[in-house]
Structure formats: structure tokens, C-alpha cells
Write a protein that binds this ligand. Structure first.
Ligand code: PS7
Ligand code: MN
Ligand code: MN
Ligand code: MN
Ligand code: MN
Ligand code: MN
Length: 348
């Protein structure tokens, strides 16, 4: 029976999933495998935030245009017919914003409870992005780093947990554990920021905190100079160790998740992140090559294996051992990383 909020067979719905497949590599599959109750809500949550991030990321948009759009995006998603054509011609997902009226139409068909969660997270994320996009504001301290990552990823974790609890798939405790939900986003975002050192620097975007890189170089861009190779690798281990600080929370969060489709949806990006962190560790290539990725076969294996907490814990232990093996005893974070890897073996 067709309900007010179910619009299967709708041409517009097809268009939404077209945009999902166009804009995401890893999320498209896991979102489409979610149970019907959450699939459209989480697809639209993704597409709304992908739209917001496409404005944040575009360094060709002047700040006078960018900041007001970031700050009001939570209102824009209620404005039927709104589109945005000011992205530079090379911005990766510009077409999503050119056809953003389709996303808005889909958003307005969601249950009001899901609309409210999406709008609230969009408001807080957009305001946080606007703050860090402001001229003269930088990620200086590790507290800033945690704050920026909270805005752009931790909040996604909070919103998703609220959806899982609101629909009854998960206990109300999941939405209450904002600390663990935040860590789910931070682990993904810190891995992304560590990997994207070169890509972000090319666009003049700097997310590695000065409190960390300042220990190894005068200027962040000096890390790429061949004569600073050793310092660069030390800085990288510092970043890897910082990201590993969230793993305990990630496993504790995943332990709470009971619905099988929610579990896979949550777990797959996290195992991809630990595999990526392993690939980054002690790997000078991140300073010379953009967009280094884990192998396709590894991704396929991770997606297939991540269907219960015991298997996911085993994957984390496996990569913790790999990370430990690659550590250089002369690296200043050798012991820290060793301890962090040991802790992963303890918890699961
Ligand atoms: C709603 C599924 C599962 C409890 C688009 C999934 C950018 C890592 O920094 O463009 O621009 O280079 O490579 C996803 C928690 C968010 C965090 C976030 C929304 C997991 C817009 C993913 C994803 C929480 C803000 C990578 C955060 O994009 O990054 C839904 C639980 C979007 C999740 C951004 C980053 C995603 C990201 P950047 P990317
Ligand atoms: Mn982005
Ligand atoms: Mn971004
Ligand atoms: Mn870019
Ligand atoms: Mn990135
Ligand atoms: Mn920290």
C-alpha cells in the first residue's frame, strides 16, 4: 500500500538515485542496501550534505557568495525550485547543484521527523563550514582539528544515530551516545584529511593542524620538499596516530548496532578507513601523489566481510598488526602507535 511518504515508481526518485550513484563511490552501494524505511531518508541526507560540501570545497567561489549559502543551506532545502550554477566548471559534483531542485523535491517528501534531523544537522554543519571558510580562520590546534571534523563529519554521525533510534531499528541509547557517534565521523574525516594532504594543498586548503605540522616544518607546504622527507614521514605518523585515537569508540559504537542493514552501512566506511590508514602509514607517496586508494579487490573483500561485529573486530586487529609491522623504530611515534595497536587487540 502506497503511503504519503513512499514514492516508488516516481521518475523523481529515479533521478535521486542517479545523483547518488554519480556523486559517491562507496556510499551508493551501502545506502541502497538499507531497509526501505531508512533508504530514501539517508539517501537524501547524503545528497543534501554532498550539495553543501560541493559549495564548501569550491575555492573558485568568492567568500561573499559562499558564506551566506553555507549559513542558510538548512533553509534552502525547503525552497522548491532552488538551483545553484555558480560552481566552477571543474568542480566534481557541480551537476548535483545545477539540478538541486530534484533533491529539494525529494527532501520535502520525507517524513517530517527525518526532515527535521537533516535540517538541524545541515544548519550546524553549514555554520561550522562557514566559520572555517572565513578569511584568517585556520585549523591551528588539535582542538580546532577535532572541532572542524565534528562540523563536517561528527555531526553526520549524530544525525544518522538519531535516525536509527527514531525509526525504531536501534535502541534510544544509540542516539544518546553522541560521543561515540561523533567519533564515527571523526575517524573517517581524519583519515580523509590525512590522505588528501596534496589535493587540499593544491586548492590552498589546509586541514592538518598547525600544532602538529609545526613540530616538523616551518610551513605546511615545506613537508613536500625532498630534503624534508624524514620530517614529513614523522608528521604523517603523528597524523595517523591522532586518527587512531577514535578506534576504541568506533568499535564500541558498532557493538551497539543490531539491525543488519544499519550495521553494514555503519561498518563498511570504518573498515575502509582503517585499511586506508594502513596504506598511508609510513608511506611517503602521500606527499608526491594525489588520490592514492586501497586496491579494488581489498574494497570488495571488506564490503563482503563487514556483516557482524566479530568479523569487523578481526579486520581491525588485522590492520592494527599491519600498521605496527610497518612502523619505523626511529619514528618519534613508534611507541605511541605500538600502544594504540596493542589497545585494539585488547578491546576486541
Ligand atoms: C549522510 C551517509 C555511520 C554513525 C557528503 C558517513 C565532507 C568523510 O573533506 O568530499 O570534502 O574532502 O571526501 C553521508 C557515522 C558529508 C561521515 C564529510 C554524508 C559516519 C558532507 C562521512 C556525507 C558519518 C561533509 C567524505 C564524512 O567526503 O570529504 C551520509 C555513522 C557527506 C559519516 C563531508 C566527509 C565525507 C565524510 P572532504 P569528501
Ligand atoms: Mn568534499
Ligand atoms: Mn569539504
Ligand atoms: Mn577540490
Ligand atoms: Mn578530502
Ligand atoms: Mn585529538
Amino acid at each position: 500500500p502506497k503511503t504519503k511518504y513512499n514514492y516508488s515508481n516516481d521518475k523523481a526518485r529515479e533521478r535521486l538515485y542517479h545523483h547518488l550513484n554519480m556523486t559517491s563511490r562507496s556510499f551508493a552501494a551501502v545506502i541502497q542496501d538499507l531497509d526501505e524505511e531508512l533508504k530514501d531518508a539517508i539517501c537524501l541526507f547524503y545528497l543534501v550534505l554532498r550539495g553543501l560540501d560541493t559549495i564548501e570545497d569550491d575555492m573558485t567561489i568568492d567568500l561573499e557568495t559562499k558564506i551566506p549559502v553555507l549559513n542558510t543551506f538548512h533553509e534552502i532545502i525547503y525552497q522548491k525550485g532552488w538551483t545553484f550554477t555558480k560552481n566552477g566548471p571543474n568542480e566534481k559534483d557541480r551537476q548535483l547543484l545545477v539540478e538541486f531542485d530534484v533533491i529539494i523535491e525529494g527532501f520535502l517528501k520525507l517524513k517530517p521527523a527525518y526532515q527535521t534531523i537533516i535540517a538541524d544537522i545541515t544548519k550546524r554543519m553549514g555554520n561550522g563550514m562557514a566559520h572555517y571558510a572565513t578569511a584568517g580562520i585556520h585549523v591551528n590546534t588539535t582542538a580546532d582539528y577535532d572541532e572542524y571534523c565534528h562540523y563536517v563529519a561528527g555531526l553526520v554521525g549524530l544525525g544518522l544515530s538519531e535516525m536509527f533510534s527514531a525509526c525504531g531499528f536501534e535502541s534510544l541509547v544509540v542516539a544518546k551516545r553522541k560521543d561515540l557517534s561523533n567519533s564515527m565521523g571523526l575517524f573517517l574525516q581524519k583519515t580523509n584529511i590525512t590522505r588528501d594532504y596534496l589535493e587540499d594543498l593544491r586548492d590552498d586548503r589546509r586541514f592538518w593542524p598547525k600544532e602538529i605540522w609545526g613540530l616538523y616544518a616551518e610551513k605546511m607546504e615545506d613537508l613536500v620538499k625532498p630534503e624534508n622527507c624524514d620530517k614529513a614521514k614523522q608528521c604523517l605518523s603523528h597524523m595517523v596516530w591522532n586518527a587512531m585515537g577514535h578506534i576504541k569508540d568506533v568499535l564500541e559504537y558498532l557493538e551497539m548496532i543490531k539491525n543488519p542493514s544499519c550495521f553494514k552501512f555503519c561498518a563498511i566506511p570504518q573498515v575502509m578507513a582503517i585499511a586506508t590508514l594502513n596504506m598511508l602509514h609510513n608511506n611517503y607517496k602521500i606527499f608526491t601523489h594525489e588520490n592514492i586508494k586501497i586496491r579494488k579487490g581489498e574494497t570488495v573483500w571488506l564490503m563482503k566481510e563487514s556483516d557482524n561485529i566479530d568479523k569487523v573486530a578481526a579486520i581491525f586487529r588485522l590492520y592494527a598488526r599491519e600498521i605496527n609491522k610497518k612502523s619505523d623504530p626511529l619514528d618519534p611515534h613508534f611507541v605511541n602507535i605500538g600502544v594504540a595497536c596493542g589497545e585494539i587487540e585488547q578491546i576486541c
